[in-house]
Ligand binder design. Structure first.
Ligand code: HAH
Length: 337
């Protein structure tokens, strides 16, 4: 047993009465974080490998190799898989919206392409992917506008969202289908997400849950706004998944690039925040059934160099050596309290 993961309590076991504990993975971290992932997590999501552009780069070409490897990793380690994501305005191949001469296609053609994509992908992983982010980030961050402008919206119209859910449900009637978004706890956007999901529900669209991305930071959002978001979404009878959690050590406006490591103050505040978040998740574990981090440990995060080039971030509960931070111990305390 010369492993670092040698019998101490596993995070996912500590929360087995409440929710799954997930991590987003990619082909690199499935190797570099293999032991950590296998030990502490019982659910994974593809950070990028199941996005439209990766799976379906040309109309008659599907590329499933990396996604299949991820499914194999999950199976070998007895993990659940959340699918991410079927319909999104980003990381979607350009061909989808164009005809052979480069012009924009019509509604019926785009719906047929959407259906073909969803059918093929959802059917391939039927029975193995238990939940899908069917539509990602369709709600606008801007003022009065409900839906963000996108090619899906422009070409198909408002019902592109309902259609995506219907196609996914037809392909796998057992899969849990989610609407997933960020800034989910900001009151104005929360109300828009609520309005969208309510309208889907009122039309009997097969939607089962809301994904709260939870890209949070040391001060934002405040706990009360998160609580209100959970309550508001749960009031629609939706299951809730925390889908992409990370806690940036920088404020949104902070642009500094000089830090080589997080300060003690940042780590202490982060640990405090993680404790409060997990207390809240535990309190609402009737409706929250999965908590996924958007990575495994601080050695790799999409927040390195985003949104500030040349700046590293340390948003997780395991450090750059993949060892527990104070945040991890605080989360464990919540599980055992
Ligand atoms: C998420 N968007 C996406 O859902 C996920 O697929 C991606 O890997 C990372 C984050 C969050 C986001 C963004 O990409 C850009 C601006 C705001 C928020």
């Amino acid at each position: 047993m010369n492993s670092r993961y040698d019998g101490s309590t596993k995070l996912h076991e500590a929360f087995k009465q409440q929710f799954l504990i997930g991590a987003a993975v990619n082909p690199m971290t499935m190797i570099s974080q293999r032991e950590l992932l296998a030990y502490h997590f019982n659910s994974i999501t593809a950070e990028n490998e199941m996005k439209f552009e990766r799976l379906h780069p040309a109309e008659n070409q599907y590329t499933f190799d990396e996604a299949d490897r991820l499914m194999g990793f999950a199976k070998a380690n007895d993990m659940a898989v959340r699918g991410h994501t079927l319909v999104w305005h980003n990381q979607t191949s350009d061909w989808v919206f164009k005809n052979r001469s480069g012009g924009i296609i019509d509604r019926e053609t785009l719906l047929a392409r959407m259906k073909a994509h969803i059918d093929t992908v959802v059917t391939r992983y039927k029975g193995d992917i238990y939940a899908w982010d069917v539509v990602n980030e369709a709600v606008s961050d801007n003022g009065g506008e409900l839906l963000r402008s996108s090619k899906w919206l422009d070409i198909i119209g408002d019902d592109f969202i309902a259609k995506a859910f219907e196609f996914a449900h037809a392909a796998d009637p057992e899969a849990l289908l989610f609407y997933n978004d960020y800034n989910e706890s900001v009151p104005e956007k929360r109300e828009k997400i609520y309005t969208l999901v309510k309208s889907l529900k009122d039309k009997d669209v097969p939607i089962h849950g809301i994904g709260l991305q939870a890209h949070w930071s040391l001060e934002h959002p405040n706990l009360d706004d998160i609580r209100q978001a959970i309550e508001r979404y749960a009031s629609l009878g939706m299951k809730l998944h925390i889908t992409e959690m990370d806690v940036s050590v920088f404020r949104h406006e902070d642009r500094r690039t000089d830090l080589k490591a997080p300060t003690e103050e940042m780590l202490a505040r982060q640990a405090e925040r993680y404790q409060l978040f997990f207390q809240l998740f535990k309190e609402y574990s009737e409706c929250i059934t999965s908590v996924t981090f958007w990575g495994g440990a601080d050695d790799y995060t999409w927040l390195d160099h985003f949104p500030v080039r040349g700046r590293k971030n340390w948003p997780f509960i395991f450090d750059t050596e993949q060892l527990p931070k104070q945040s991890f111990w605080n989360v464990m305390d919540v599980a055992q309290s």
